[in-house]
Design a protein around this ligand. Structure first.
Ligand code: DON
Length: 605
């Protein structure tokens, strides 16, 4: 995908959301206004990840050069307990922290976005929410990628009548075993049962690995079902209009009344009623008590550049800083792009940083963390000195811990980047966690609830959905934020904005951001190349490098194995980066939506 050059720019995962942001910039809004417009639009057009039932992190750089951040991560409900997802034997109950009402944390997005808007925006709430309301009320043409996603997550989404009513109205259902806890489960029949496979290139239902298959393999093909899709079954062909009247009303109420509508008013009542119906924990008190925190960014220097990113409750900034601080001690440019030597030192930096992530980090309101130490050059020096330049260090030597068989592929989150011509820049990463979150639409309110509780340590030593093996610092406690890996990041050079970047990808988010930054700074790649380049990942446990298919030659893999690394080729592409880079020569910004994305768009003027 060619980069787009402009003086004001929006890059997001969805064309309609990018256009919502542009509309606001054109109407005289700044980057913060536009980012909030994008965020609300994504809840309408990208239900996989865009959310008002979830949470996120926003990094803002103001024209003065000051950088600030907003933490609107979900929180554990007050009724949550450390062992709530364990059975009587103390083992995790499969799916309980991932599907359904109990998986949801208290949503933060509405308050987060509106707080940022109030403090740093120029326009009023109604104006910035207008595009999202229009998309929900009048509808938008559904992309083949969304249809494909709905179909592959059909078993999750059809479990809940309120969710079926939005995405599969009128679709015949059938029993589908029992849910965690023993309740009977329902699923919908495929769009056309005669075409249950949904064509040769469509992902298998509920195949989480398939959700992130490179779009050119599965998702760029229009979603076609022999015999066509009929409205009477509530399924839609690509290009059909999806209208969401309940969601439109929810957004209208938020636009008219502010966050109180969501956290204390009718929408709060609907959330609590939904919790009662499905055995969830989120209460009126949880919603009324939810708070957003404006925090100072994590800061690192990387080869004369300033890197500003998200502090805990995301691990993103600290671990990004730790990785970059170690990499700065090696001449990556001289070592070369993706040579066995440069991959090796990068992996060793990642391995060490993730060991610290999983041991030390959590919600700052609950745990004391050695953030200063972890991000200090002196500590990086120590870590760099512990790297054997020719041989892999076993993760078991970095931190005592068991080995785990595999890191599961991630599902869905989204990142957007916005700059305006005034010098504001905004990086937002936001999520429901898994694709379509918990699968539960709040009846009457029309939005999906997150399944972010799975990001906590469900049981120390047991890997979560992203294979992360975490400890007590991230244990469940009432009112606590679950540790995230989201890494919205801004890079400046000589006091000028250079790069706005971020990505989805679960545990791989941090290493992806680190690689894009290194591609730009160390390997002087144009942004489109820096984003498109193949990626690899190491997270301490499991003790293996995960590499995108096709990224490396057999020879590179062989040589890394000879150094003692286990190399596993991922089944799918990694996260969809949406980034903006300043081109000093041209005096314009260049925006790139990751070619891995199915409907991403960079646009500006
Ligand atoms: O906050 C986190 O780290 C995760 N909930 C992010 C999940 C994610 O990126 C899934 N997507 N691709």
């Amino acid at each position: 995908m060619p980069a787009v050059a402009a003086h004001a720019m929006v890059v997001s995962e969805q064309e309609h959301a990018t256009r919502a942001g542009l509309e606001i910039l054109r109407a005289g809004g700044n980057a913060i206004d536009a980012a909030v417009a994008v965020g609300f639009a994504l809840t309408v057009v990208y239900p996989e990840a865009g959310n008002i039932g979830g949470g996120g992190f926003m990094v803002i750089r103001l024209p003065s050069g000051r950088v600030t951040t907003f933490d609107y991560r979900e929180k554990a409900p007050l009724g949550a307990t450390r062992d709530m997802y364990l059975d009587r034997r103390g083992d995790p109950v499969e799916g309980l922290s991932w599907e359904g009402h109990l998986a949801g944390g208290v949503p933060g997005s509405v308050k987060g976005m509106l707080t940022a808007l109030e403090r740093y925006g120029r326009l009023d709430r109604r104006s910035v929410m207008a595009p999202a309301i229009r998309l929900a009320r009048e509808g938008f043409p559904v992309h083949a990628g969304l249809l494909s996603g709905l179909e592959s997550d059909r078993d999750l989404l059809c479990r809940f009548a309120s969710t079926r009513a939005v995405f599969f109205p009128g679709r015949p259902t059938r029993p589908n075993g029992t849910a965690p806890g023993g309740a009977p489960r329902t699923t919908c029949l495929p769009a056309d049962s005669a075409a249950a496979g949904l064509g040769p290139t469509a992902p298998a239902p509920n195949d989480s690995a398939a959700r992130e298959l490179p779009p050119n393999v599965t998702r760029r093909e229009p979603f076609r079902v022999p015999g066509g899709l009929t409205r009477s079954l509530g399924v839609r062909a690509a290009g059909d209009t999806l209208r969401q009247p309940d969601l439109a009303r929810t957004l209208e109420e938020i636009a008219a009344q502010g966050e109180g509508a969501f956290y204390r008013g009718r929408i709060a009542d609907l959330i609590v009623a939904e919790m009662r119906r499905g055995g969830g924990l989120i209460s009126k008190r949880d919603l009324a008590n939810y708070d957003v925190v404006e925090r100072a960014p994590v800061h690192a220097r990387y080869r004369a550049h300033e890197v500003w990113s998200m502090p805990p409750a995301s691990s993103g900034g600290v671990i990004l800083a730790e990785i970059l601080n170690v990499l700065e001690r090696f001449d990556l440019r001289a070592l070369g792009f993706h040579t066995p030597r440069s991959v090796h030192v990068t992996v060793e930096a990642m391995r060490r940083a993730y060991a610290d992530r999983n041991r030390f980090l959590g919600d700052p309101a609950f745990v004391d963390m050695p953030v200063e130490t972890l991000t200090s050059p002196a500590y990086a020096e120590e870590l760099a000195a512990s790297i054997d330049i020719l041989h892999a260090t076993a993760s078991s030597e970095v931190l005592a811990g068991a080995r785990f068989p595999s890191a599961t592929e991630s599902s869905q989150t989204t990142h957007y980047s916005v700059v305006d011509s005034l010098g504001n820049a905004v990086a937002v990463t936001t999520t429901l966690n898994g694709g379509f979150g918990s699968g539960v639409v709040v009846e009457g309110a029309g939005f999906l609830l997150n399944n972010e509780m799975d990001d906590f340590t469900i049981k120390p030593g047991v890997p979560n959905a992203y294979g992360l093996v975490q400890g007590p610092a991230n244990a469940i406690e009432p009112g606590k934020r679950m540790l995230s890996a989201m890494t919205p990041t801004i890079v400046t050079l000589d006091g000028e904005l250079l790069l706005v970047v971020g990505t989805p990808g679960g545990s791989t988010i941090i290493t992806t951001v680190a690689q894009v930054i290194s591609n730009v700074i160390d390997h002087a790649m144009p942004l489109e190349e820096a984003v498109a380049a193949g990626r690899f990942h190491h997270q301490h446990l499991p003790d293996a490098i995960f590499v995108e298919p096709g990224a490396w030659s057999e020879e590179t893999i062989r040589r890394l194995r000879a150094m003692g690394h286990e190399v596993r080729v991922r089944g799918s592409a990694s996260g969809r980066v949406n980034a903006i880079l300043y081109d000093a020569g041209a005096g314009t910004y260049r925006g790139v939506a990751d070619p891995r994305s199915y409907a991403g768009l960079a646009a500006g003027f």
